[in-house]
Design a protein. Structure first.
Length: 132
């Protein structure tokens, strides 16, 4: 058992973020980096919490600006924010360090897929006039 797995076992029993337990219905997008599986969460509330927490820690985070443009800087930022919900023990600098030239394209693809999956389908636009 790796140290990280041991910590996860402890964290899963006690983990609370913003004084609420992690919601088991939140969307999880797994990604394997260096043989370890990390779960990303692309939920509006989880990302907003991560953005606020990262800004409070002194990082300059604007996820709304980062989401539509997956450049190197934004991939690192989005990855760090999206993994925070399920891996709160991993800090921003630690998360950013996981993104390397060898895996940045894989991470960018997973981030893009997870974000697209999290966006709800558009409401159909009526094609006929509705009588009132």
């Amino acid at each position: 058992t790796s140290r990280r797995e041991a910590n996860r076992g402890i964290m899963s029993k006690n983990r609370k973020i913003a004084h609420t337990p992690v919601d088991p219905t939140l969307p999880k997008t797994p990604i394997v980096i260096g043989g370890e599986t990390y779960d990303l969460c692309f939920d509006l509330g989880a990302l907003a919490e991560a953005e606020a927490a990262l800004n409070a820690e002194g990082h300059n985070v604007n996820l709304l600006a980062a989401l539509p443009v997956l450049n190197l800087s934004n991939v690192r930022l989005l990855f760090a924010a999206a993994m925070r919900k399920f891996q709160p023990e991993i800090g921003f600098d630690q998360a950013v360090a996981l993104v390397t030239l060898a895996n940045v394209f894989v991470i960018a693809n997973v981030v893009a897929m997870a974000w697209n999956a999290a966006i709800p389908d558009a409401e159909p636009v009526p094609t006929e006039a509705v009588a009132e």
